[in-house]
Design a binder for this molecule. Structure first.
Ligand code: HPA
Ligand code: ZN
Length: 324
């Protein structure tokens, strides 16, 4: 099974580029940028990755991102991810980035996006790995801040396919971001949103109805609402599920308790993704392997998930066909 999974052509639809910062690279960047880390060694960093919920992870994840300073840092971060993804037979990736995490500490958006974009071009040319960028609004910050970053992103619109919504979900309903999504869609962006990770099924409804979200990131709490399940199934709305993340952040007590197999069997368009692989213990193959092992996914299930991911991309039809 492991060989089968490794050989399966894969597409990644839920990946935070800041979540691919491996401790080794964090140390290298801290050194070259003269930044003092609160950890003494790579091992100490890994030991700190002991999360109890989403917020306990986010605190460490945002602190880690401080080492990213120059365009080359963003290039190196993304290039390291693309190399890893390529080695795991990932053919296409739609990647989140959190501009506010950087602009709020004085790093210009231009620095962030030029570095990421250059790595994307190299991934396409050298690895035959295509990718799109998704600009995420941080939902713990006010909606007005999201509107400001949308304005700032205007000059780079052609390099960004969609907007997304991430960070702390509890008590931060999608409804707060209706206006910024409406403006983004009017400007031609596609849209996705994190919903139903720690938050309720109601937030998935809001993401769909108020934000026009075309995919739901996580969405595992949808199982609490039969009407929502029917809506998602009838319209083939993709859920970008992240098994290792969900166990690490205690959305499920263990992988055996995860509901991805149940949702797949219900006919939902579920996909497997890695979320923040440097923090959650694995990239695409490790996520597939852990879910397969503990939930008894069959080869047919794995093919179905792989096909679901292709259908769920923002690629046009000929490019989807080319991936099959
Ligand atoms: N949920 C919300 N925000 C995030 C996540 C996540 O899983 N990863 C990085 N930012
Ligand atoms: Zn996520």
């Amino acid at each position: 099974m492991q060989k089968f999974i490794e050989g399966l052509p894969k597409v990644e639809l839920h990946l935070h580029i800041e979540g691919t910062l491996e401790p080794e690279l964090m140390f290298a960047m801290a050194e070259r940028n003269n930044i003092k880390l609160r950890y003494g060694s790579v091992e100490e960093v890994r030991q700190a990755y002991n999360f109890t919920d989403l917020q306990s992870f986010l605190n460490i994840y945002y602190a880690g991102a401080n080492v990213l300073q120059t365009e080359q840092d963003f290039y190196d971060l993304a290039w390291a991810y693309f190399s890893k993804a390529h080695a795991q037979n990932v053919r296409h990736a739609e990647i989140f980035f959190d501009p506010q995490t950087h602009t709020d500490r004085g790093i210009p958006l231009e620095t962030v996006i030029n570095g990421l974009h250059r790595a994307q071009q190299d991934a396409q040319n050298k690895l035959d790995l295509s990718s799109f960028l998704i600009l995420c609004f941080l939902r713990h910050l006010p909606p007005e801040a999201a509107l400001r970053i949308l304005d700032e992103a205007q000059p780079y619109k052609d390099w960004i396919i969609a907007v997304g919504l991430d960070s702390s979900e509890k008590d931060r309903p999608p409804a707060l971001f209706e206006e910024v999504y409406s403006q983004a869609r009017a400007q031609g962006y596609l849209s996705v949103a994190h919903a139903g990770e720690e938050g309720p099924a109601e937030y998935v409804w809001e993401a769909l109805k108020l934000l026009g979200s075309q995919r739901i990131d996580h969405g595992v709490r949808s199982v609490d609402d039969p009407e929502l399940l029917k809506y998602l199934t009838d319209r083939h709305i993709p859920l970008t599920v992240c098994p290792l993340s969900n166990v690490k952040l205690r959305v499920f007590p263990s992988m055996k308790d995860h509901n991805i197999k149940e949702m797949l069997d219900m006919g939902l368009r579920v996909t497997i993704n890695s979320d923040d692989p440097a923090y959650f213990g694995g990239y695409m193959n490790e996520n597939f392997i852990a879910a397969q092992r503990d939930l008894g996914l069959t080869r047919d299930d794995l093919y179905r998930i792989s096909l679901n991911s292709i259908e769920a991309t923002f690629l046009d039809e000929p490019h989807k066909v080319a991936l099959k």
